[in-house]
Write a protein that binds this ligand. Sequence first.
Ligand SMILES: [Zn+2]
Ligand SMILES: [Zn+2]
Length: 353
Amino acid sequence: MYKTKAYSATSATSKLASATIPRREPTDHDVQIEILFCGVCHSDLHQVRNEWKEVMPTIYPCVPGHEIVGRVTRVGRGVTKFKAGDLAAVGCMVDSDHTCPNCKEGLEQFCPNVTLTYNFPDKHETAPVTYGGYSDSIVVNERFVLRVPSNLSLAGAAPLLCAGITTYSPLRHWGVTKGKKVGVVGLGGLGHMGVKFAHALGAHVVVFTTSPGKTEDALRLGADEVVVSRDAAAMQEHASTFDFILDCVSANHDINAYVNLLARDGNLTLVGAPEKPLALSAFGLIMARRSLSGSPIGGIPETQEMLDFCGKHNITADVEIIPIQKVNEAYDRLLKSDVKYRFSIDMASLKSE
Ligand SMILES: [Zn+2]
Ligand SMILES: [Zn+2]
């Protein structure tokens, strides 16, 4: 075991503050990474404040962060994919059982024995739970370490590991390609990535937003059209025309308004998670054989595919870089959606703690 610097919360009501945490020495199949940037995901805030206590109670101290990029410092004897000095990334998962049917298919996100990057039982027993990326370094099984294309800005690449793969995976699963009409609902951390990917995949992209002020930005990010969702007439013009809609809204909203925009056999996938159950009219689905689904992150092979796609198309998240000392302020701003479109923590700032 060795000690490393981190920012952690000691209770649901305490602010994140400087701390020292243990990490394991790399075993034969582990990669040790010096963390350079870590994105701030809304899940970090939920878990730090124990807002998911029903399904995933937070164990304190909690070190969040699952949008990690950095440089390899050491590798175990059995590691073949990485060597010291390589760029590397880690997302929402750090291990799994490697043997179940999901793992065999490269769909580790569905493994019943997956280990999430933070606040999850640590099977190495270095600490009661895993500690995430608001930290100087991390040690991860090589299967869960990804290669980062060298042309990408590292600060902007960090959010690809959660916001990126969460939006890329359903677009690919539902066959978004050139010529398809794709809607993206909500232009936040997830939505802005959805727009970039759908555009790069060649789709005709329509952004739905409640804020007319976001129009210019949506077009800049790659949207072909922007619809203000409160404008019923504008919504009606698009009725029954979409092949696919990616719903990135985590606040409660009327899902039927979007189901009705799907063409025959169209699909709407939820990647935002409203707290309350959604009211859905069955007729909307039945009459045009439409479907509604959800999707979490993506498997490791697809996450690598996404990063390589980003390298090829030079896609990164739009980020505001902050020092770790500003993370509590960033959480308050996140609650007001006051960020374009993701905070990325420059981990060099942790060295002065
Ligand atoms: Zn996340
Ligand atoms: Zn498995």
